[in-house]
Design a protein around this ligand. Structure first.
Ligand code: MN
Length: 346
C-alpha cells in the first residue's frame, strides 16, 4: 500500500544507516567487552546479538542502501532520506580507528548518493576524538563529497562538545556554513546507572536526557557567543527543551546573577534566544500532533522539519498523521520539504 502523493516532497531528515564493516566492529566490541560504555552494551547488545526477529530485521535494514531501503521509502511515501551514521557511530572507538572509519564511511555514503541522487543526501561522520582531524574531514566531506553537514552522536566517551578543545569542529561548521546534527546517544557512563535497571537508557527517555543536556551545555558555556552563526539540529522535537524554555531562561538568569559557578558566564542572549536562532528541530520519533504543533508555534514554522528515524520507527501511519497536521498547505510544505532544502542546501 502506498500513500497518496501530496503537493510536496517528503524529505526525512534523521535516517539511520551503518556500514557492514562498522556493524561487525560493534559485534566484536560486544563479544570482547572491549570498551567502557554501559549504554553501548545496553543498546547494541540487543540489536547486535539477539536472534529476536525485530533485532535481525533492524540489522538488515540499517545496513541496506539499495532495494530494501528504497522500497521501504516507496511504501511510506518518502521521496528523499537524509542519511546519517547510526548512533554512536565511530565515537566509541580509539582515535585512530575512529578517524579511519569516519573517512571510509563518508566515502561509502558518497557512493550510495551518487548512485541514487534523487533519493539520498547525507551528513558526514567525524571522530571528535581528534578535533583538528574532524574539522579537516568535514571540509573534505562537504567540499569534495557533497555531504550536507555533520552528525555527532552526543557524548564522545563521556565528553561533551562545549569543551574548548572541540572548537575546531564549530569553527569548521561555521566556515563551511553547514549544520551539526546532535543526534542522541545513550547517557554517558557518568550518568547512566539509574536509567539501566528500568530500561530507560535509550529512545524511551535516556536519549533525550543525554542530548538535551548536551545542547544546554553548549548554550550556557557560551559556544554561540563565540560562534554566532553556528547551526545545530536536534531531533525528537528538541529533546524536551522547548517545553522547558521559560524555566531555563528564568533559572539561568538567577544562576548568572548569583555568580554560582566558573562554568556559567553571562551570555549575550537568553538561552531561549539561542534555541530560537541557532537551532533547528526535527520530529523524529515524535509523530504526535500536540507536540509538533507546540514546537512549530513556539520555535517558528521555519525551524521544524519532518523526520522518520528509519529504520527504528518505520510506520506509514506516522507519515499519514503528519500529512494530516492541522496547518496550512504552505506550512506543511515547509515542514516536509522546504525547511530541509534550505537548511541542508539540498
Ligand atoms: Mn535517530
Amino acid at each position: 500500500m502506498s500513500l497518496p502523493k501530496p503537493p510536496y516532497r517528503r524529505i526525512a531528515t534523521e535516517e539511520g544507516w551503518a556500514t557492514p564493516e562498522m556493524m561487525q566492529m560493534y559485534i566484536d566490541v560486544l563479544n570482547k567487552k572491549s570498551i567502557n560504555d554501559p549504554g553501548f552494551y545496553s543498546l547494541w547488545g540487543f540489536f547486535g546479538l539477539s536472534q529476536a526477529p525485530r533485532a535481525r530485521d533492524l540489522m538488515a535494514r540499517v545496513q541496506d542502501l539499495e532495494e530494501r531501503r528504497l522500497s521501504d521509502m516507496d511504501a511510506t511515501g518518502i521521496d528523499l532520506q537524509l542519511l546519517m551514521l547510526t548512533s554512536p557511530g565511530v565515537q566509541i572507538f580509539d582515535t585512530e580507528t575512529a578517524k579511519a572509519l569516519a573517512i571510509s564511511t563518508n566515502d561509502q555514503l558518497h557512493e550510495a548518493i551518487k548512485k541514487h541522487p534523487s533519493r539520498y543526501a547525507g551528513l558526514c561522520a567525524v571522530a571528535p576524538q581528534d578535533p583538528a582531524a574532524a574539522a579537516k574531514e568535514m571540509e573534505r566531506a562537504v567540499k569534495v563529497l557533497g555531504l550536507k553537514g555533520v552528525v555527532i552522536n552526543s557524548h564522545t566517551q563521556g565528553q561533551y562538545l562545549d569543551d574548548e578543545k572541540y572548537w575546531p569542529i564549530f569553527e569548521a561548521a561555521e566556515a563551511l556554513d553547514v549544520p551539526i546534527y546532535i543526534h542522541p546517544n545513550t547517557p554517558s557512563p557518568q550518568m547512566i546507572e539509574p536509567f539501566l535497571s528500568r530500561c530507560l537508557d535509550a529512545a524511551i527517555y535516556g536519549f533525550a536526557a543525554e542530548t538535551g543536556l548536551h545542547a544546554l551545555r553548549l548554550i550556557v558555556s557560551g559556544v554561540f557567543d563565540r560562534f554566532p552563526k553556528l547551526k545545530i539540529v536536534l531531533g525528537h522535537l528538541g529533546e524536551g527543551l522547548p517545553f522547558w524554555l521559560y524555566r531555563i531562561d528564568f533559572m539561568h538568569g538567577g544562576i548568572v546573577r548569583a555568580n554560582r559557578s566558573e562554568g556559567v558566564k553571562p551570555l549575550k542572549r537568553k538561552p531561549s534566544e539561542y534555541l530560537r536562532e541557532n537551532f533547528w528541530y526535527t520530529n523524529s520519533g515524535m509523530a504526535w500532533e500536540p507536540s509538533v504543533s507546540f514546537v512549530q508555534n513556539l520555535m517558528g514554522f521555519d525551524r521544524v522539519m519532518y523526520a522518520m528515524d528509519y529504520p527504528y520507527q518505520f510506520l506509514s501511519e506516522e507519515v499519514s498523521a503528519m500529512d494530516n497536521l492541522p496547518i496550512t498547505d504552505e506550512q506543511k510544505k515547509m515542514f516536509f520539504q522546504t525547511n530541509a532544502e534550505n537548511l541542508f542546501k539540498l
